[in-house]
Ligand binder design. Structure first.
Ligand SMILES: Cc1cc2nc3c(=O)[nH]c(=O)nc-3n(C[C@H](O)[C@H](O)[C@H](O)COP(=O)(O)OP(=O)(O)OC[C@H]3O[C@@H](n4cnc5c(N)ncnc54)[C@H](O)[C@@H]3O)c2cc1C
Length: 386
């Protein structure tokens, strides 16, 4: 990010993160990429370095780092190491599941779960999407049926990050027994543990085009017994809570997009400086210079936009429309940056060994998950026309 965005304290935190990435991520990342999953030891090391559950308050043993710039430092250091999939895995845990418990959990739930989020004994997934319901979560068919003090959850989820390696999920399920497209109060959220629940099963691991080191899978729930005390918030409030979680979730994607766009441009600058064609450095061609200039200006605009979005989040003023605008802008810019920068690499840009090729594949996800660009446009337009 630009000078002045971070304070001294964030730079001190960066030292810890950089050391963690050099020791725990870089030596293993290629293997994880080939194996399509990360080692458990990554999460344990992240926990030891205080990098999980940043926003958990001191009363629960955390550091209460709810200033979003700390999360961006982690993203930047992972991007610098071309380890974008680790950032994605951490985002699911820290930007979606953790805030649900922090904001909507009872005191007892916070006491039970927050320490486990931080010590890596409970690595989490977000389990909302289903084969027939992505953008429109009212199409979710997974059902939770009350059975005494428990619920029995049955259904199928897909595209679930950390689905294979994780220990449990924040599951969106239908609780009003309705069928067809549900109503605003048809759904509830549950924290569901894999251990001790034979009906909780990961299915096929999905072979993604990029970000391969993070596992993404189908999940199946067959009458999984979940105590009612694992329901987050009131019954029927699942969608309302998700709406309130969207600002942070979408900020996370916007921030990642700005970080990746910056990283890819920095790597491209290095590349073009070293490359010649027709007996001239390619930096002497007007096309190269113009593309670089355009990307630099777009990047600075994006960084300032994301910085303002982070500021609003930090003071508790980021709403879903503002977060949607930032995600839409930054993810589309990152996609463009990766495409232009790949082209400037010529054939090498197409080779997976080059970070720009990995970034190109990674950013393609950013306009899709956490709300597609089309859904975001609808959100923005609806706000404008209201
Ligand atoms: C790699 C990856 C990781 C993911 N991780 C997770 C995860 O961890 N947990 C989780 O729950 N989900 C996850 N997702 C799911 C992701 O959030 C959904 O894919 C996304 O919300 C889109 O849903 P869909 O795939 O069903 O597409 P659809 O909703 O079927 O959309 C198909 C197309 O129609 C468009 N469209 C749909 N509705 C409208 C509309 N009203 N107006 C205009 N256009 C519309 C969409 O924009 C899109 O272009 C992940 C997805 C991927 C690919």
């Amino acid at each position: 990010m630009f000078a002045g965005f971070y304070d001294e304290i964030h730079e001190e935190f960066r030292e810890v993160v950089r050391e963690f990435v050099a020791r725990e991520v870089t030596p293993h990342y290629r293997r994880w990429d080939a194996e399509h999953r990360m080692d458990r030891s990554l999460w344990e090391a992240a926990a030891e370095n205080g990098l999980l559950g940043l926003a958990v308050g001191e009363e629960h043993g955390g550091m209460g780092l709810d200033d979003y710039r700390y999360r961006m430092v982690i993203d930047e250091e992972l991007a610098r190491a071309d380890a974008l999939a680790v950032g994605l895995a951490f985002h699911l845990h820290d930007d979606w599941v953790l805030p649900a418990v922090l904001r909507f959990g009872t005191d007892a739930q916070r006491e039970t779960w927050l320490p486990r989020f931080m010590d890596a004994s409970f690595i989490t997934s977000v389990a909302w999407t289903e084969p027939g319901a992505g953008s429109d979560l009212r199409g979710v068919r997974t059902k939770a049926v009350r059975d005494g003090d428990d619920y029995l959850i049955s259904g199928q989820k897909t595209f679930i990050g950390n689905g294979i390696t994780g220990d449990g999920a924040l599951v969106l399920a239908r609780t009003d027994g309705s069928s067809g497209r549900g109503g605003a109060e048809s759904f509830s959220l549950f924290l569901v543990e894999k251990e001790g629940n034979p009906g909780y099963r990961a299915g096929t691991q999905l072979d993604k085009m990029g970000l391969k080191a993070s596992d993404t899978a189908e999940l199946f729930f067959d009458e999984v017994r979940v105590p009612a005390e694992n329901r987050i918030g009131d019954e029927g409030q699942g969608l309302a809570m998700i709406t309130q979680l969207l600002p942070q979730g979408r900020l996370a994607v916007a921030a990642s997009a700005a970080v990746v766009a910056g990283q890819v441009l920095e790597e491209t600058l290095r590349y073009v400086r070293d490359r010649s064609a027709f007996d001239s450095p390619i930096t002497e061609y007007q096309n190269t210079r113009f593309r670089l200039a355009e990307q630099q200006v777009a990047l600075e605009a994006t960084q300032h936009y994301v910085a303002e979005t982070v500021r609003r989040f930090n003071v508790g003023e980021l709403d879903v429309v503002a977060a949607s605008k930032a995600k839409m802008w930054a993810s589309e810019r990152a996609k463009d940056a990766a495409d232009v920068c790949l082209q400037l690499h010529g054939g090498y840009g197409y080779i997976l060994e080059y970070p720009v090729a990995q970034a190109y594949l990674a950013v393609r996800l950013l306009t899709i998950f956490g709300g597609t660009s089309e859904i975001l446009r609808e959100t923005v337009a609806a706000d404008m026309l209201s």
